[in-house]
Design a protein around this ligand. Sequence first.
Ligand SMILES: [Zn+2]
Length: 303
Amino acid sequence: MNSKEIAPQIHAVIGGIFPFCNTLVILGEDLLVVDPGCSIESLRRFLATHDKELRDVGTVILSHIHPDHITHAVRLNRLSGCRIAANEITAPLFNEKERMKEFLGFHKANPVRKPWENLVNERMYGALDEGQIDEVLKNGDKFQLDDITLQVIMTPGHLPDHMCLEILNYNLLFAADLDCTEFGPFYGHPRSSIDEFKKSIKLVQGRNYEGIISGHLTEPVVTNYKPALEAYARQFDIREDLVHSAIIEGARTIDDITMTPIIYPSLTNPVFLQFEKWMVEHHVSNLIAIGLIEEKDGHFKEA
Ligand SMILES: [Zn+2]
């Protein structure tokens, strides 16, 4: 069984790396699922071992709008009539998938929109289905489930709508995509922000949790999370240095810089190349802002 008991009634069903994620399940009077992006079979098998079925799910909470986190939300709603909760930024995007696509940078004129939709439909089927959020959450809102209290903590950067959930009874944090993976932080959309991401990491590091639950590690509970997040955040600097040295060595455009991949080891897939370009663009903007490079007529050079 690919799941882990985190505390009494609280389990993670392991989805692991993209295009899956770890799904938090709370087996209460109301059956609650956070981020239903593990495989549907894993979730079904996990529930079966606790004499439950997919149609017993009562509530789904979404940490943010990414397809690998919302994957089965609409399907679970169709099966069980469960309510779906999300924060005030995620909600309108979930309710209207065209807005979600534009929010993620895949507006109609983007040539990578179709390959991205194909990737989502092949690997995260259901994420683009139209659905409806029933309960809108705000920063600091509490969510009660039997004796267990969850509290929303907004942690933007990865995307503007990214939130974590504190599990107050056990002093744990469901950290979603503040995931402590070796890959490092993902900010591959125009509206992602490195600055906001760093602030969110600092916010979590400033709290004294028993542990944080990663949305993508196969061993999901990180107890030693302060140094783990420090190592994770180091990727921002490593990548920024690589972008800077590419420009010093003569790269003049985003296309030049991404000729040699910096973030993804291989860029044969146009969707990942798009993510890489957006992440590199964020670093270029930073380098311009701090005066290390300058831009003229769409070309970069050392300042
Ligand atoms: Zn995400």
